[in-house]
Write a protein that binds this ligand. Structure first.
Ligand code: SF4
Length: 175
């Protein structure tokens, strides 16, 4: 199975973060907006009307945000081009899938970053636990919403933490 990219591809997405997530002006999102409400700058082609001037207009939070690939994955899963200006019975499902996939992609990114760190450090045992867990997590991401709902996120998070904890206490090499 080919691992999915863990970086946002906004061209392959329907602007999920601009709709599903709440905005907080104090956190660099220009103004306050409740979750599941389209940002007024989101156009009908799912592009941002102020993309080139986000930071200048007070949206540094949008510049820094990365869904780690959950947006395009959710978009592909549902195969829809929603009209965000109108209520649609399917959109709550899209939002729910996006939230779960975001968490899963964050965990996958952490695991991938750890694997890079492990290279050449003689921690093969750790890698041998990490790799099957990553493959399993990647497979979970493909299940569709009913399968995603059954994912025990706290358990997966705890498993990764348990694997990574010993690394935090390893002595750092002298520079
Ligand atoms: S949800 Fe992700 S891919 Fe979609 S627009 Fe936002 S950052 Fe881009």
């Amino acid at each position: 199975m080919t691992p999915q990219p863990l970086q946002a591809d906004c061209n392959a997405c329907v602007g999920l973060c601009c709709v599903a997530l709440p905005f907080d002006a104090e956190q660099g999102f220009g103004f306050d907006k409740p979750a599941q409400t389209p940002c007024p700058h989101l156009q009908t082609d799912f592009r941002c009307a102020i993309h080139t001037e986000l930071a200048a207009q007070g949206f540094s939070g949008c510049v820094a945000f990365d869904c780690h690939g959950a947006g395009q994955r959710t978009t592909r899963m549902f195969g829809l081009r929603p009209d965000w200006s109108r209520p649609d019975p399917i959109t709550p499902d899209m939002f729910e899938a996006f939230f779960i996939l975001r968490r899963l992609h964050e965990l996958l990114l952490l695991a991938t970053t750890t694997q890079r760190y492990l290279q050449g450090r003689h921690l093969e045992q750790l890698n041998s636990w990490l790799e099957p867990w990553q493959s399993r997590l990647d497979a979970l991401c493909l299940q569709g919403l009913p399968g995603l709902r059954s994912v025990d996120l706290p358990r997966e998070q705890a498993f990764l933490k348990q694997l990574l904890d010993p690394l935090r206490h390893r002595p750092r090499p002298i520079q």
